[in-house]
Each structure stands twice: as structure tokens, then as C-alpha cells.
Design a binder for this molecule. Structure first.
Ligand code: FES
Ligand SMILES: [Fe+2]
Length: 403
């Protein structure tokens, strides 16, 4: 599949037209109804364990951008699902992933977070493996009577590369169908041109809440006016959303204050320069194209990983320059963009998430939270996550009374 620049522009224009119409008509994309959700969805350790297994180990998850494995031999660790994995671009250019476990006696094979290597050499007894996972050299090999076999090659896990993203499914021997997983979201991802992006800065944002509470904070603009009064509300409206669902993935756009001016002008005068908005790549990744300040645009990945405990999450955040870094000045600007978003997330969204999640653990059995019609992304996200984890959402007291 290859999307032309005309098609990409037509895509932004279609989005912008819907946004402008909402501004003029004082409307928004909305869910058909409100939805109540049992708080145990956020606090139940059994559900949490099912999600960790089904969504994070038996589903393709983004390990990095393709550009972070730039050449044959480039590798990176991917430990965030709890399974120790090394992702590598092999000598044939293919991306492969292996358990980061030496096949001699189980030592942690690769210890640097990232790098380039022809061979991975174990620090315990010095066995070496090539970047296709094959056992390449063994000191004093003749002491292994009968020789060494296939079973001494590294254990591979499914990996694939699509549209500038590297996906890994953290279960050895499982089958990964990445195109089926992406489904109708594929052209949306392709149009983001992630393969053109250059990595600038990464960091970890920990939060003491369930991972879904953290994820929820990215899916609605309803909280901008109250929570982000000083940071986002001057630039973005909290009442206008453009929402599209693509299988289990979705895209959400929020109206900026700048749009209020051009929504009333002829289309030819609209300052459209690229895609924008929140792109949710099921189960855990947010691709944010834009900036906390309109007029600036970066590509930011937020990958949310649950800890072993139901109330532990780490968000791995990386910012990329959409078309590469061409000057030191620009690099500093993108770094400042990273810091500005991280500040908002840590001091506003994640403070709320930690307090809110703890409060949920104090609520009586059967208590619910409610997502309004504007929180449409959250409604669908919770249904899809529950389905993917094989854990139906509990019936609320209201649903039971209605039956
Ligand atoms: S455990 Fe790796 S060489 Fe012995
Ligand atoms: Fe927020």
C-alpha cells in the first residue's frame, strides 16, 4: 500500500472540514449514550493478570520506530512486557526478535540498552550468537561432547516492521498476524510517515495507577478546561472532538483556538500543514502528532506498560522530529517540546490518575464511573480491551435493574 501526498492532504482536509463544521455549528462527534463502568475494571488483579498476558504478550506491541534500528546489526532491548527481549536488524535487513537469554545456562545475553553488533557475546562464558540468532562461537567447544545442536540457537519471538514501526509479540512460538492486527488502521498509520521520523529524546513517566487510567487521560479533551486550565486550555477547546474508529484502534482530534478563526474562512486559506491528533494503536500506544502549543508539530509515542501490580504503570515516552533534525537549534526545540508535554502529563494528568486510581480502590463493591458521550474514545477503548483480554466488562447495577 502506498499513499500519495494528494491522498494524505485529502485526509487532513476531510478531518479539518469536520472540525470546522463542528466549530461553526457548536457540535461535536459524540457516542450514542453515556456508559457506566464498574471500578473493578481498574482494580481487579485477576483482570490485570489477564490483560498482561493477552494484551501485552499475545498481541503485537510497538517496540520502537524502524529508524531506531537504522542498520544491519542495530539492536535494542525490549523488556517492557516483562519478557526479556532483544530486537535486532539482522545482516539481511530484516527485523528479528529473540529472548535475551543465553542458551548455554540462561545468562542475560545482551546488557547494553541499545547498540550495534555483529555478534552478541555472553559475559558469563563467552558464547557468541549472530544477529539471526544462530550460535556462532563457543570457547573450548570440544568439551561439549556430541556437539551442540539447533536447540542452542536463540529462541525467537515474532517481530515485524510496518509503516516505520517495529512490532513484537512477546510469546515465543506464537503466531503474529500484524496486518490483521492493524486492519483498517493501516492507511492512517502509513499517512503519519513514521518512517521519516528521527528520534530525539526518550524518558520514562511512572504513575501509581492502573495502566488503563493513565491511558484514559489521552482519549478525551473534556478535561482540558478544568485540569489543564493554565497549560492546554488557552490553546485547545474542551468541547469539540472529531473521532474515528478503525477496528480496535482510533483517532481523536481536538479543536484548537486557532481553528476558531479559520473555520469561518474559505478552505483555500486554511493553514493545513500535516496530520494531527491522538492516534490510539491498540492495546497500549498513543501516537500524538502535534504539540501542547499549536503551530509546532512533533511526533510523540506514549507506550503504556502495566507493572506486575494492578496499580503500577510506566509510560515510555519518545519524541521524534517528523522529518529529521536539520540543526542544533531545531533539536533543542524538539527537546523543549518533550519537556513541555512531560511536564503537563506528570504534574497534571498523572497526579490525577494516581489519586483517582487510589480512590477507586476505596469505593464500595459494585461502584461505577461514567463516561459521557464526549468520552467516546474511552467507551470504545474499554470495550475493546475487555474483549481482547477475554474478560467481559462486569454488568453494572443499572444494567441488571434494566434486565
Ligand atoms: S551462560 Fe552464556 S556462555 Fe554460559
Ligand atoms: Fe490531559
Amino acid at each position: 500500500m502506498t499513499i500519495s501526498q494528494e491522498d494524505r492532504k485529502a485526509g487532513w482536509l476531510a478531518q479539518a472540514r469536520r472540525m470546522a463544521a463542528h466549530i461553526r455549528n457548536k457540535t461535536s462527534d459524540l457516542a450514542p449514550t453515556t456508559m457506566r463502568n464498574d471500578v473493578s475494571v481498574y482494580t481487579d488483579p485477576v483482570r490485570h493478570a489477564a490483560e498482561r498476558q493477552k494484551l501485552f504478550r499475545e498481541t503485537p506491541v510497538v517496540a520502537c520506530l524502524s529508524s531506531q534500528l537504522p542498520k544491519p546489526g542495530s539492536y535494542r532491548l525490549f523488556d517492557e512486557t516483562g519478557v526479556p527481549i532483544v530486537v535486532v536488524r539482522s545482516s539481511d535487513g530484516e527485523v528479528r526478535a529473540f529472548l535475551n537469554i543465553c542458551m548455554h545456562r540462561g545468562a542475560r545475553l545482551v546488557r547494553e540498552r541499545e547498540g550495534t553488533a555483529k555478534l552478541f557475546t555472553c559475559w558469563f562464558h563467552g558464547w557468541s550468537f549472530d544477529n539471526k540468532g544462530k550460535l556462532a562461537a563457543v570457547p573450548e567447544k570440544d568439551r561439549f561432547e556430541g556437539g551442540l545442536a539447533q536447540s542452542e540457537h536463540l529462541i525467537s519471538v515474532p517481530a515485524a516492521e510496518r509503516y516505520g514501526l517495529v512490532f513484537v509479540q512477546a510469546t515465543p512460538g506464537s503466531t503474529m498476524d500484524i496486518d490483521k492486527h492493524l486492519g483498517s488502521f493501516a492507511p492512517v498509520l502509513e499517512a503519519l510517515e513514521l518512517d521519516q521520523c528521527e528520534h530525539v529524546k526518550s524518558g520514562e513517566l511512572p504513575v501509581k495507577s492502573n495502566w488503563k487510567y493513565a491511558l484514559d487521560t489521552y482519549g478525551e479533551g473534556y478535561h482540558f478546561a478544568a485540569l489543564h486550565k493554565a497549560t492546554l486550555a488557552p490553546y485547545f477547546r474542551n468541547d469539540i472532538t472529531v473521532y474515528d474508529k478503525f477496528d480496535r484502534h482510533h483517532r481523536v482530534g481536538f479543536a484548537s483556538r486557532q481553528m476558531e478563526e479559520w473555520a469561518f474562512k474559505p478552505e483555500e486559506e486554511w493553514p493545513l500543514s500535516g496530520p494531527s491528533g491522538i492516534h490510539y494503536l491498540y492495546p497500549n500506544t498513543i501516537i500524538f502528532v502535534g504539540s501542547v502549543r499549536p503551530g509546532y508539530s512533533y511526533t510523540t509515542l506514549f507506550r503504556h506498560f502495566p507493572g506486575e501490580e494492578v496499580g503500577e504503570t510506566v509510560t515510555h515516552k519518545s519524541i521524534y522530529a517528523p522529518r529529521g533534525v536539520n540543526s542544533d537549534e531545531y533539536r533543542k526545540e524538539v527537546e523543549a517540546g518533550f519537556d513541555a508535554t512531560a511536564h503537563v502529563v506528570i504534574t497534571e494528568d498523572y497526579v490525577t490518575a494516581a489519586e483517582g486510581w487510589r480512590n477507586m480502590t476505596m469505593m464500595p463493591k459494585g461502584a461505577t464511573v461514567v463516561y459521557g458521550r464526549q468520552e467516546i474514545a474511552l467507551q470504545n477503548q474499554h470495550r475493546d480491551i475487555a474483549e481482547g483480554a477475554g474478560m467481559p466488562l462486569p454488568k453494572t447495577a443499572m444494567q441488571e435493574a434494566a434486565e
